[in-house]
Design a protein around this ligand. Structure first.
Ligand SMILES: Nc1ncnc2c1ncn2[C@@H]1O[C@H](COP(=O)(O)OP(=O)(O)OP(=O)(O)O)[C@@H](O)[C@H]1O
Ligand SMILES: [Mg+2]
Length: 355
């Protein structure tokens, strides 16, 4: 295998225990060079612990960690080719923007003029040219975030680590800075590991997402795979809204399953579902409702109807349960109490093993 084919990061059955607490439970994954991979999951699932293990800020209790093919399991943080952007930015308040960014280079032995020249170039790259002489306190939150990013990328690390980098920003700025980080990562071909608990943020920035649950990997894949083909109820619910209802498995093929949902028969893709009881996860936007009776459709009655400008939300009672529906067309609102016919767009449905 040549150097360029080696993954940037590899975890081999890595565990991290704090006394009796298992923060990371025998986790294995690889992160390819030049990609942005997100660790996503609810609070306490082990995201920060995993990132700290990559950074060398904590040591693994078990397993092996490789960076560019080199076993770094027992190396300290300073001996690993990684740098971390913290949630709090951790800028030095008494240093100018330029000195904040040059600091890491100078402390690793670079002469000041060269370090500052390189810092200047990096600041221009992140759109902060002209602000070199300000103090962090004289910058907006988004600008401080960019200084933190500049300080990390100026070191040209093999892997760049982000721990919830947007959590101190307001909603609008969050989207903006999120897109900037992704743009910069792609433009420079950086390898990045990005921690968030926000699934929209994860969908927006990632090449791949690793979803964690209680210290383990629940599922990993591309944003589209995780959204369209959740492996279980936890992923279906975590990667956006989903109606999860019981259905009957009629016939199981290698990649497709014939499923009976009330009176409706559907052929759906599945991943590793076995014969036995199943459920179907249905995205709210994958259901089409019409205020008339259609033979091949699932009949229901509107329980709740809310007009929200660019879309409408409905709750419809059916024989398989109450379904939450998002109607993007929303020409005119169908009234509560109306009998409706529901049909399904297969790309928004996934077969799940029964929980
Ligand atoms: N230093 C520590 N000592 C003991 N337990 C710890 C320590 N650090 C983390 N834990 C525990 O390990 C588990 C995983 O923690 P971690 O910080 O990795 O979660 P997280 O996914 O980053 O959560 P959040 O989204 O809240 O930041 C939690 O149960 C946490 O309480
Ligand atoms: Mg955390």
């Amino acid at each position: 295998m040549t150097q360029t084919q080696l993954p940037a990061v590899e975890f081999r059955a890595v565990a991290k225990r704090y006394g009796p607490i298992v923060a990371v439970d025998s986790v294995s994954f690889t992160i390819e060079k030049g990609t942005l991979v997100t660790l996503l999951g609810p609070s306490g699932c082990g995201k920060t612990s995993t990132l700290r293990l990559i950074a060398g800020l904590d040591r693994a209790t078990e397993g092996a960690i490789l960076i560019n093919g080199v076993d770094v399991t027992h190396l300290s943080a300073t001996d690993r080719d990684v740098s971390m952007v913290f949630q709090s930015y951790a800028l030095f308040p008494h240093m100018t923007v330029l000195r904040n960014v040059a600091y890491g280079l100078i402390s690793s032995g670079k002469r000041r003029p060269e370090a500052e020249e390189q810092a200047r170039e990096t600041l221009t790259l992140v759109g902060l040219g002209g602000l070199e002489d300000r103090l962090p306190s004289e910058l907006s939150g988004g600008q401080q975030q960019r200084v933190a990013v500049a300080r990390a990328i100026v070191l040209e690390p093999a892997v760049l680590l982000f721990d919830e980098p947007l959590s101190n920003l307001d909603a609008r700025l969050r989207r903006h800075v999120r897109d900037e980080i992704r743009d910069l990562q792609q433009r420079l071909g950086l390898t990045a590991v990005y921690v968030t608990h926000d699934q929209v943020e994860a969908l927006a920035v990632s090449d791949r997402i690793i979803v964690m649950d209680q210290g383990r990997i629940a599922q990993q894949g591309s944003p589209v795979e995780l959204y369209r083909q959740p492996a279980n109820r936890f992923i279906a619910g975590f990667m956006g809204e989903a109606n999860v209802v019981a259905a009957r498995l009629e016939r199981l093929g290698a990649v497709e399953a014939r499923v009976q949902l009330g009176n409706v028969s559907l052929t759906l893709p599945h991943r590793d579902v076995a014969n036995g009881p199943i459920e179907v996860a249905i995205r709210p936007e994958a259901i089409r409702l019409e205020a008339r009776s259609i033979n091949s459709a699932l009949p229901g009655r509107v329980l709740r109807a809310v007009f929200l400008g660019d879309h409408a939300e409905y709750t419809v009672s059916t024989e398989v349960g109450d379904l939450f529906i998002i109607d993007r067309l929303a020409d005119n609102l169908i009234e509560i109490g109306t009998d409706v016919a529901l049909s399904f767009s297969p790309s928004g449905l996934a077969v799940l093993p029964s929980a």
